[in-house]
Design a protein around this ligand. Sequence first.
Ligand code: DQA
Length: 148
Amino acid sequence: MRVVVIHGPNLNLLGKREVGLYGDRTLEEINSTIKSQAAELGTETLFFQSNSEGELIDFIQRESPNADGIIINPGALTHYGLSLRDALSDSHLPVIEVHLSNIYAREEFRHKSVIAPVARGQISGLGWRGYIAALRSMVAELRGTVWQ
Ligand code: DQA
């Protein structure tokens, strides 16, 4: 089983960027935690970050035929990235949307996600642990088992 984990614009700056909102872990640290949890679950992971919507779409088009699910934090593209949404929808893979911060407790423009309607579900506000919750849920669902 292979799950791709995608991070959108500005998430390369995690650990330095708005630590009060996004936490002090770097993207590398978060990815390595996800990777080790996935290994325990017997799941392969592939990680990608880009600040460009086009590169995110190219990655999804290239990798989705060899993947079983997508976990994505689309960054600000969450709120307006219609091409990214179409790419996720066209992948026909289960998608879980993750946000470190609680987007509903922030500015009004962050309350709308154009990605959510094509996602299996969304986790918002649980910090880096949201990725682990998404991973466990994705793997359990792909295996058709109960999340333990
Ligand atoms: C974010 C929330 C977005 O509104 C913001 O633009 C981000 C990060 C989050 O993880 O909380 O870049 O996706």
